[in-house]
Ligand binder design. Structure first.
Ligand SMILES: [Zn+2]
Length: 447
């Protein structure tokens, strides 16, 4: 409690809360609407429809569907779940026309072209929820105020509802302040961040290929409410994948010699990957979280699927451990004479923010919450697929950086995840507006 008071005793914070008052209502209402009807990755049809309607009403050019998603690079999208998501969205008031415009793919891009020369700046927001049931604790804010998840087993437990709300309000702000801006501002609403599934398909559609500056952000638990951290190099690169083995059935006693055991290939792979050599240059991990296999007690198992992931401190280390696993899978398949298939279902890179853009974030954050409340942070454990869009921009000569804004919640991916939305979202919002003023301010673009 003392910490929170200290954070708010800073004058810039109070000034900031007053400044964004009108937008706070808008972003909070949107956030709470998304929170009440959470949609997991690739099923964010209602969320996308609401965002598209909002962005179009602002007069922005809006792109969606195959115009922002390259289907050849879509990962971890399951047709049955997608179809159920479409039906649910229709039941919840989305029009068939709005759904058709998405061409089966969620997410959207809004473009504000000021008509004046200047840099192209993209702001990226993720929009998906998690398979986490929401707590029934009456003190939990969504329960107290009646906006808790209406979708059993699903919840916005990572704050992407807040991100979507902040992004929508920022688009509104940018339209309101168009005369003070130059260049082009892109608002990216990315589907399926959880499981690091959605960014690659957007990157491979080329939506950030003209971008000079990309900013990504996350509502956080490490910095307290009223604090901002600028992200230093960190995050793990990761590849998430399913391994499918396919054998041949036979009676397990009468003629096992005719069978080909897919389940045994999976089990041996799981054991083998645990003893693969790590790399001396940095962290590498390999996990097998799930094996599903076999048909019945006395049949040689025909099918087995393994859910696996690898991580590495760098992209190279991640590729190294993935290639080791590939070899193990191949060898076990050969040993048991079964077929195999490796399907990537998610991917993210490690993060290397551009130092000069990170500095612009730092200055914008200091102006918002006071320099005493701005820090640096390097994420060691997690992964984040904004890194794919960031790397794409950087590889093409642009800059990319990332920051967190505090929210005093209890921790991501928990059923009692409960950010103080009314006071934390305006911080993220204002830092973004100040970044835009620095990068795309009509009189002082920094490039
Ligand atoms: Zn998240």
């Amino acid at each position: 409690m003392t910490d929170r008071r200290n954070a708010f005793s800073a004058d810039p914070m109070n000034t900031m809360l007053n400044l964004v008052e009108g937008y706070t209502e808008e972003m909070t209402a949107l956030r709470r609407s998304f929170h009440a009807k959470p949609e997991t990755g690739w099923t964010e049809f209602r969320t996308t429809a609401i965002l598209v309607e909002h962005l179009k009403a602002l007069g922005l050019e809006v792109r969606q569907g195959l115009d922002v998603i390259n289907p050849d690079f879509v990962m971890g999208r399951y047709e049955e779940e997608v179809e159920a998501g479409k039906k649910r969205a229709l039941r919840e008031g989305v029009s068939q026309e709005a759904l058709d415009a998405m061409q089966g793919y969620t997410g959207a891009l809004a473009v504000l072209d000021t008509g004046r020369p200047g840099p192209v700046t993209a702001l990226r927001f993720d929009i998906d929820a998690l398979y986490v049931p929401e707590t029934d604790d009456p003190e939990h804010l969504p329960n107290r105020l009646g906006f808790a998840s209406e979708h059993p087993g699903l919840m916005h437990a990572c704050g992407h509802d807040c991100h979507a709300g902040v992004g929508a309000a920022l688009a509104h702000w940018a339209v309101d302040h168009k005369d003070e801006l130059c260049g082009v501002i892109k608002f990216i609403f990315q589907p399926a961040e959880e499981g690091t599934r959605g960014a690659l398909a957007m990157a491979e559609r080329g939506i950030v290929d003209d971008v000079d500056n990309l900013i990504a952000s996350h509502i956080a638990c490490t910095p307290r409410l009223g604090h901002v951290t600028v992200t230093d190099p960190g995050y793990n690169a990761t590849i998430k994948f399913d391994v499918h083995f396919e054998g041949r059935p036979a009676h397990s006693v009468a003629n096992p010699q005719d069978g080909r055991n897919a389940l045994m290939a999976a089990c041996h792979t799981a054991v083998m990957v645990g003893s693969l050599p790590r790399h001396g240059a940095g962290l590498t991990t390999v996990s097998c979280g799930r094996i599903v296999g076999g048909e019945m007690r006395n049949v040689i198992p025909v099918k087995a699927v393994m859910q696996m992931e690898v991580r590495g401190a760098t992209n190279e280390l991640c590729e190294y451990v993935f290639s080791q696993v590939e070899r193990a899978v191949k060898s076990c398949a050969e040993a048991f004479d079964v077929k195999f298939r490796i399907v990537k279902v998610g991917q993210a890179y490690n993060m290397n923010p551009s130092p000069d853009l990170a500095r612009i974030i730092e200055d914008s954050a200091a102006e918002t919450v006071g320099s005493d409340n701005v820090d640096h942070y390097s994420e060691k454990g997690g992964s984040e697929d904004a890194t794919i869009l960031m790397a794409r921009v950087q590889n093409l000569g642009g800059r990319a950086a990332h920051f967190y804004y505090g929210a005093d919640h209890k921790g991501n991916h928990r059923s009692d995840f409960d950010p103080d939305d009314v006071r934390s979202m305006p911080v993220g919002f204002t830092v973004h507006t100040r970044i835009l003023q620095r990068l795309n301010g009509r009189n002082n673009p920094s490039i």
